[in-house]
Write a protein that binds this ligand. Structure first.
Ligand code: KG4
Ligand code: ZN
Length: 333
């Protein structure tokens, strides 16, 4: 079964063709980082306009790269939410038009389910596992019991982990998006130079909070204006604090639910320090950590195709009246 998938929930326009929920025939992404860079964050109005310009060329690119046509497609999957409504609508309208014109089944996919299943485009992971999505919009933990069965365990109460990277990078004048620049700078810094707070909340809580650490960085920099070397130390210390919390909480979740596997996805999961720390600490506790390749960690349409395949396979269908959902908690419907 070949699924055409479309993703446009935030600032990346993506289209992909996925065979049998695991083989990527094509996965095209048009990033808007250049558009939003100067504002230090995503501007919703500009994002939806850019999606409109990009969607057709991106779709064509996906069909060309897979050497296929819409006649070979068996179903259409599109991100329905959560995300920016104006952005979501561009993908949803396109998906509806194709499904209607070609009389294909259509399914709306939860973006978070896409992140959690991205790994299956590269490897089989046995259920159950703990899934963590750490991105610019989300930091959430789930118990994954099957392809379409996710139990929410905790999520951020304020900023997402990626948002904290972006805001700290913006404050330090390092550019946007912040994750990659901070990771790069952190390589030459001392992670123990500054002791930033780790917000664990209540004992054993699986919720997150990242706004305090952002304020702590701002206060520290005001009190101790850094030299160039000092900047690297701040980046490394900040990254260490965020990684400590992410690693500890995903491990607690695995131990609490007695599962020996964790899957981490979302843009922040490309962070090599996080990947190394979790692999290492997981190994010591016989917990296996899986990460998709960085290109599948970030927003992309292939992950929506994987999730869409499993939903369609279970008989899930949406009609041409499907709406966009700016908020759509996974596992609560
Ligand atoms: O998954 P994604 O592409 O989009 C969302 O759904 O948000 O994630 C983007 C986020 C941004 O906040 C970015 O700064 C962060 O992921 N990110 C990273 C790294 N690469 C991207 N954070 C930490 N380390 C990285 N290497
Ligand atoms: Zn995302």
């Amino acid at each position: 079964m070949i699924v055409l998938a479309i993703e446009s929930s935030c600032d990346d326009t993506g289209a992909a063709l996925i065979e049998d929920g695991k083989r990527i025939l094509s996965n095209i992404l048009s990033s808007q980082d250049e558009v939003h860079k100067r504002y230090g964050g995503v501007v919703p109005e500009l994002a939806s306009r850019r999606h409109l310009e990009n969607i057709v060329p991106v779709l064509r690119g996906a069909l060309d790269e897979a050497h296929t046509s819409l006649d070979e497609v068996d179903g259409v999957a599109v991100t329905r939410g959560p995300g920016l409504v104006g952005s979501l609508l561009v993908g949803i309208m396109t998906a509806k038009a194709i499904a209607h014109a070609k009389a294909l089944p259509l399914v709306g996919v939860n973006h978070l389910m896409g992140h959690l299943l991205a790994i299956f485009a590269e490897q089989e992971v046995p259920f159950p596992f703990i899934g963590m999505v750490a991105s610019g919009g989300h930091t959430s933990l789930y118990l994954a019991e099957g392809f379409t069965a996710f139990r929410p365990l905790g999520s951020t109460r304020d900023d997402a982990a990626g948002e904290a990277f972006d805001k700290v990078a913006k404050y330090l004048g390092l550019g946007y998006p912040g994750g990659m620049v901070i990771e790069h700078l952190a390589r030459s810094g001392d992670p123990k130079a500054v002791s930033f707070p780790r917000a664990y909340l209540a004992k054993d809580s699986l919720d997150f909070s990242f706004s305090g650490i952002k304020t702590a960085v701002v206060n520290y920099v005001r009190a101790h204006p850094p030299s160039d070397d000092g900047m690297a130390d701040i980046a490394a210390s900040f990254q260490e604090a965020v990684v400590d919390v992410l690693v500890d909480k995903v491990i607690w979740a695995a131990q609490h639910h007695k599962v020996d596997r964790v899957v981490v996805s979302g843009g922040v999961a490309s962070n090599s320090h996080l990947r190394e720390r979790l692999q290492h600490e997981g190994e010591e506790l016989s917990i296996q950590a899986h990460f998709p390749s960085p290109f599948l960690c970030r927003d992309n349409a292939a992950m929506i195709g994987v999730a869409g395949y499993h939903l369609l396979n279970e008989g899930k269908r949406d009609g041409l009246d499907m709406s966009a959902l700016s908020r759509w908690p996974l596992g609560k419907d």
